[in-house]
Design a protein around this ligand. Structure first.
Ligand SMILES: Cc1cc2nc3c(=O)[nH]c(=O)nc-3n(C[C@H](O)[C@H](O)[C@H](O)COP(=O)(O)OP(=O)(O)OC[C@H]3O[C@@H](n4cnc5c(N)ncnc54)[C@H](O)[C@@H]3O)c2cc1C
Length: 674
């Protein structure tokens, strides 16, 4: 049936410097999608399993993904979660997706799935910017992770355990070359034999007996596969027939140790009798996002919170703004915040589609320069990065005034999908989404943690166990340091005060349509009030509202919107105080907690250690230090920890995960002492 579809192969784009390859025998792409499935032993291999992960090089217009998803959908014995990870140089032209959609239109199921794919297709693909984007389908049971960037940087930093590899080795099927750019390729056909770099990458990620299906017959590839621990299970030479092309089918079965670290494994494998239950401590943005992500994967979660309800501390402001960081060198913070921002937008939209009444105001946010020099630098940065306008766009002061309805002191950047939301409403929606999988223990203080066998117990001030579970995640801001007894997790509190301004008729010219940010910020909360802030008071944990902080906030506002000067009387204004939790490097802390004692005892052997070498405390995780950007980090942080716990592909690459790893501070100490 699929063979009848007149599917056109997207135009090849070969890396400059490579000679065009000899024209290969071209099979029908839809046929080869089914061949990928069949030769990977699917659907049988995924049946009765919790999860199954496929890695593909080259998206091919999404056809292989759709055919695989359709087979999963049709299989009553399908795995609980199907992960499909794709490595691509850059986002495919949406036209390629439309071609796929047209090609499968005759098949009702594929047509329907293609419609979902097109509907979810990100509008915020970022031109040349690398990064990972995750799309969820079938109520989160089918997860498509798109990893954009050059293979040289994306493959070594990919974190997943692959059960099957789809390798379309035909040179014209990939937006990048699969041959090794670093090693001179002595094989006869240097253009169609994937190089050691690619196969070494696969070896690092392969689950035991992972299958590899390659659209190639090349003897050189067979030799290479064996070198990298794959056994050839069949070779199909269909080059003369009008069928689904020639293929090598292999299975990962190394006879010797081929890698330093095993790929991510589910907690249930590391701790074989462990129940799928977890305790989350802290019901702020960090904890509530975790509850939602874990419950969505079927975990039973107990949420312990010292306040009577969620979002009462840092996460209790009437509004929080969100937008990504942009820097001229696309720094670590810029890449992480891009991942966090895009993931959060998608998660919030899925939450709303799932029936939550919560809705972010993501109609735009304006970041104003603080002087002309900064405005010029902002212009230069955008020229350099060539980001799409749908992500960030430069506006002059006059253009901004037209767009926002308030005149800022200087021009700046408009983030079309940035905005603001009510953090408490988001927390509520996330807890509601967890349904019966969530047990709330509010008004209870976690005094200490105790590990008894395979179970973690949370102990209260009277020495009683409040709850126990296989896993504990501390999401209780700065108090996490005390609970973890950590000497190498430098958490600090920074006081912040916001000011609420009455929106009287004479202040209409100060009511922005979208949030306006500079050193401070201004948000219209509703028809009666605005919010501005926030103070940033180091070494200060005073919980009381202070008059001088209100005045500072008004001064900041006057810098941002000069016409606000003198408009409000700081003595009469309402406000709210909260404590931000930060680390010394101002990045969040997300992931498994280090076993500091074990690591320090081994310090002599941890010569040249990587984070993957640092011993961890089994079942203990942290999600904290979200600083001034809880809305940007919380959803991504929760998805990362949930993926780590379930041994699923991570939503970010290892470099980004390393930069937020709780063990990074310890690693620095270990490196200094060696
Ligand atoms: C003034 C101000 C303005 C801000 N503006 C923004 C903004 O515009 N945009 C943005 O993205 N971010 C903003 N932030 C940052 C954002 O609020 C935080 O990053 C975020 O709220 C942190 O969430 P959290 O869950 O880590 O911490 P919290 O919200 O503080 O949650 C931690 C929870 O743990 C509980 N807890 C602590 N210890 C224990 C214990 N031992 N037992 C039981 N429970 C415990 C606490 O009661 C609390 O509910 C702002 C912060 C402040 C202070």
């Amino acid at each position: 049936m699929l063979a009848r579809a007149g599917f056109a192969i997207p135009h090849p784009h070969l890396r400059t410097g490579f000679r065009a390859p000899p024209t290969p025998f071209v099979t029908h792409p839809a046929q080869s999608s089914q061949a990928f499935l069949r030769d990977s032993g699917l659907p049988e291999r995924w049946q009765h399993r919790d999860r199954f992960a496929i890695l593909q090089t080259g998206f091919r217009g999404g056809l292989d993904f759709l055919v695989t998803w359709a087979a999963w959908q049709n299989d009553p014995l399908r795995c609980e979660r199907l992960h499909f990870v794709v490595l691509e140089a850059s986002p495919p032209d949406p036209a390629a997706l439309e071609q796929t959609r047209a090609a499968v239109a005759f098949d009702p199921l594929l047509r329907e799935l293609a419609r979902h794919l097109c509907a979810q297709w990100p509008t915020l693909f970022l031109g040349a910017q690398p990064g990972t984007q995750r799309l969820e389908f079938a109520a989160g049971r089918v997860v498509l992770t798109l990893v954009f960037g050059e293979l040289l940087s994306t493959l070594p930093t990919l974190a997943m355990r692959a059960d099957a590899f789809y390798l379309d080795a035909r040179a014209d099927s990939n937006s990048y070359s699969l041959v090794d750019p670093l090693v001179s390729n002595s094989l006869a056909d240097a253009y169609t034999v994937p190089g050691p770099f690619l196969l070494r990458g696969f070896t690092r990620l392969a689950a035991q007996h992972a299958t590899l299906v390659a659209t190639s017959m090349h003897a050189g590839l067979r030799k290479r596969l064996r070198e990298f621990g794959f056994e050839i299970t069949s070779v199909r030479d269909n080059s003369d027939s009008d069928s689904d092309g020639s293929r090598i089918v292999a299975s990962f079965a190394p006879r010797f140790r081929v890698r330093r670290h095993e790929p991510p494994a589910p907690f249930s494998e590391i701790c074989s009798h462990a129940a799928r239950d977890a305790i989350v401590i802290g019901a702020g943005l960090a904890g509530c996002a975790l509850v939602e992500r874990l419950a969505a994967r079927g975990w039973q979660v107990t949420l312990i919170e010292r306040q009577a309800s969620a979002a009462q501390e840092a996460s209790g402001n009437p509004a929080g703004v969100f937008h990504p960081i942009v820097t001229s060198d696309d720094s670590f913070a810029a890449r992480l915040s891009r991942a966090g921002f895009l993931y959060a937008l998608r998660r919030w939209s899925d939450l709303r589609d799932g029936g939550a009444s919560f809705s972010p105001h993501a109609e735009g946010l304006f970041v104003a320069a603080q002087n002309e020099d900064e405005f010029a630098a902002m212009r230069a940065t955008l020229e350099r990065l060539a980001l799409p306008d749908s992500y960030v766009k430069l506006l002059s002061r006059e253009q901004a005034a037209l767009q926002i309805g308030v005149t800022p002191a200087f021009g700046g950047w408009l983030f079309a999908r940035g905005g603001w939301l009510d953090p408490a409403a988001l927390c509520k929606a996330q807890l509601d989404a967890a349904g019966a999988r969530l047990k709330r223990l509010f008004g209870q203080v976690a005094q200490r943690l105790e590990q008894r066998g395979d179970r973690w117990h949370v102990i209260d001030a009277h020495g009683a166990s409040i709850a126990d579970a296989s896993v504990v995640i501390v999401a209780n801001a700065v108090d996490a340091q005390r609970l973890l007894h950590s000497r190498h997790l430098p958490l600090n509190a920074i006081r912040g005060q916001v000011t609420v301004l009455p929106l009287l008729s004479d202040a209409a010219h100060l009511a922005p349509e979208i949030p306006l940010i500079g050193d401070g910020y201004l948000v219209r909360l509703n028809s009666k009030s605005l919010m501005t802030g926030a103070s940033y008071d180091l070494d200060d944990t005073d919980p009381e509202l202070r008059w001088n902080s209100q005045r500072e906030n008004l001064d900041r506002l006057a810098q941002l919107v000069p016409s606000s000067r003198g408009h409000f009387d700081s003595a009469t204004l309402a406000g709210r105080v909260g404590l931000r939790c930060v680390t010394s490097d101002r990045m969040p802390v997300i992931g498994p907690v280090a076993d500091e004692a074990a690591a320090l005892a081994l310090s002599g052997t941890l010569n040249g250690a990587h984070l993957a070498d640092i011993p961890r405390i089994r079942g203990l995780y942290a999600a904290t230090a979200y600083g001034s950007r809880g809305l940007t980090w919380a959803a991504l942080g929760a998805e990362l920890i949930a993926s780590q716990l379930d041994g699923e592909p991570w939503p970010v690459d290892r470099k980004l995960a390393d930069g937020v790893d709780p063990a990074r501070f310890l690693l620095r100490v270990l490196r200094q002492t060696l």
